[in-house]
Design a protein around this ligand. Sequence first.
Ligand code: NAD
Length: 379
Amino acid sequence: MMQQLEKQKLTPSIFEKMSEHEQVVFCNDPVTGLQAIIAIHDTTLGPALGGTRMYPYETVDDALEDVLRLSEGMTKKCAAADLDFGGGKAVIIGDPKTDKSPALFRAFAQYVDALNGRFYTGTDMGTTMDDFVHALKETNFINGVPKAYGGSGDSSIPTAKGVVYALEATNDYLYGSNTLGDKSYAIQGLGKVGYKVAEHLMEQGATLYVTDIFDEAIERIVEKGKMHGTKVHVVRSEEIYEVDAHIFVPCAMGSILNETTIASLKVDAVVGSANNQLTTPDMAMKLREKGILYAPDYIVNAGGLIQVSDELYEPNAERVLWKTKAIYDTLLDVYKVATNNGITTEEAANIKCEKTLLEQRHRNNFYSRDRRPKWQVRE
Ligand code: NAD
């Protein structure tokens, strides 16, 4: 006991930081250079599910903070999309352009395998299906691999479709019609999701303002625009928040909605795939006060998750599309609840998820996941 207290004194911040989480696993393999963190937030609804991000975090604390936030978001995302999975996520510390190797992903997969089905993972920002084909050699707890390997294929396809449904629902709510083509959109990030969303909007005749930190990503959409006879307006990275468009579509990094960026925004709504867009929860109120409709990110970007979770029942594209279409109605419902109750859309969405988790905990009362002992609750 004494020893335990001593240990807690040594690392109080980590245990404080992960107080809402069931389990955090630090993965270290000096041979391949692997340094990764797996976070399992909540398994009330089922095994934890969430992608693996690779990013050159400056510090381990930054990586830990990111994985804790992202995994918590996954719990809500699974609940909002009515999936039988809980929330988890992993981050690999490193530059995806220079630090990848098949051996690194096999080493990472061994850590995933050791969790014996408590955590399923696949691609996220900075990782690709090819990376997880290597991982598959070590574990079966991988989703979203190519069809040739028994997976359902590229998960960014339904994610992008989900963003499009969310944009339609937002247009419906704000302007009384779900037509996309007569509006303008400021798109941040033209990667796997952002490019597909931009492509769809372009095909509908919409006006596009875009930015990306990689020139090739911009050139690709500008070329597509030329082929289509559409001019794509390219803006510098920091200018995207100031664009006078109808809707801001963040599809790059999280934590982009803060006091400064919100003050710059001229749009009517924010609807994008990026995870954890609000720097702090109170930013939802800032957006509301400014009259900007915020589509909670974890509802908008659930398409990929719907597809990868569906793999456990054998891939079925039709069912995935059907479930992904539900994002439209879920979002409309959240907008209405928020307006009718004078709360933010983020609060309305969180209440919806909490209700699902509570119902499930009640149904599964034989193995309730409320880990607090009763005496502590009374205290
Ligand atoms: P990606 O890595 O393919 O693309 C991200 C793009 O954003 C890249 O082109 C990158 O250059 C660009 N970018 C990075 N920082 C930027 C900045 N400061 N300004 C402008 N551009 C910047 O990732 P993705 O799969 O398209 O995912 C995009 C976002 O959506 C991420 O936040 C991811 O977590 C989230 N998301 C993705 C999926 C999916 O299925 N891929 C599912 C759910 C959520």
